[in-house]
Design a protein around this ligand. Structure first.
Ligand SMILES: NC(=O)c1ccc[n+]([C@@H]2O[C@H](COP(=O)([O-])OP(=O)(O)OC[C@H]3O[C@@H](n4cnc5c(N)ncnc54)[C@H](OP(=O)(O)O)[C@@H]3O)[C@@H](O)[C@H]2O)c1
Length: 231
């Protein structure tokens, strides 16, 4: 049975991936930044009656200089790296160190570890924000990458860090989701839905013609599953 380390398992996408792969009978190491967030994840999994036999937990703040890895880390077959500094608007010069450490240095440390312990597949979550504002839509893999915020910019460097380990033999995949939505995430979809449910007034900025590329988190989990099992 394959064993996967999911970093950021306490976050929105990571928690859905954790449930998905547990249901698919994988062994999981679920990571979160603290004992508290891991405790919340455990409670949420129990509430959803998820079988916890095949899961172990790893609390580690990636901002720390030294990391304590779980004892059986060398057994893992794949890493799905979702943990990151994710708030676009929080990415200001005051938070530069946090964004750089989490989105650039952390992938480096994990990719190095992955090579050391012969992980078969490193799946790295990047973001559509690396493209910035494109000249032409839809965005494709050939679209020039011009991030316009610290989040997109540090995630782009993070991708290049992972690719540099590819040169050393790491088998990796990079996913660039745009707006992932689903239960447990606060974004424009939940704002509009809640307002409609409560018959609140909807405020529309600009002329209302703005668009986003939305992807439901369950579809994203399927895509990652196909990527993981593509070896
Ligand atoms: N959601 C989207 O629409 C979207 C779109 C494009 C790309 N992505 C990418 O997908 C990934 C997951 O996004 P998300 O929306 O699920 O994010 P999220 O809900 O904000 O979760 C972030 C995760 O990172 C962990 N983390 C944050 N600071 C940490 C630290 N100092 N040490 C260790 N872990 C830390 C958090 O752990 P704790 O909760 O335990 O603190 C949490 O598990 C990210 O890489 C993001 O860039 C997301």
């Amino acid at each position: 049975m394959s064993k996967i380390l999911i970093t950021g398992a306490t976050g929105f996408i990571g928690s859905w991936l954790t449930r998905h792969f547990l249901r698919e009978n994988y062994n999981i190491i679920a990571h979160g930044s603290s004992k508290e967030s891991i405790g919340n994840l455990q409670k949420a999994l129990k509430k959803k009656s998820v079988n916890l036999e095949n899961i172990e937990f790893w609390d580690q703040n990636f901002m720390k200089q030294e990391w304590d890895y779980p004892s059986r880390i060398s057994d893992i077959d794949a890493i799905i790296h979702t943990a990151a500094a994710t708030r676009v608007r929080k990415g200001l010069s005051d938070n530069y160190d946090e964004y750089f450490k989490l989105n650039v240095v952390c992938p480096k440390i994990l990719a190095k570890k992955a090579l050391e312990i012969n992980v078969k597949h490193f799946i790295h979550l990047s973001t559509g924000q690396i493209f910035g504002i494109a000249d032409k839509y839809p965005i494709t893999e050939m679209t020039p990458k011009n991030p316009i915020n610290l989040y997109g910019s540090t995630k782009l460097i993070g991708e290049q860090v992972i690719a540099s380990f590819g040169v050393l033999g790491l088998h990796y995949s990079i996913a660039r989701p745009f707006s992932v939505f689903g239960h447990g995430h606060f974004n424009i979809i939940s704002i509009i839905t809640n307002k409609l449910l409560n018959s609140d007034i909807l405020t529309i900025y600009g002329d209302g013609s703005q668009s986003r590329a939305f992807l439901h988190v369950l579809d994203f989990c399927q895509a990652i599953d196909k990527t993981e099992s593509s070896l």
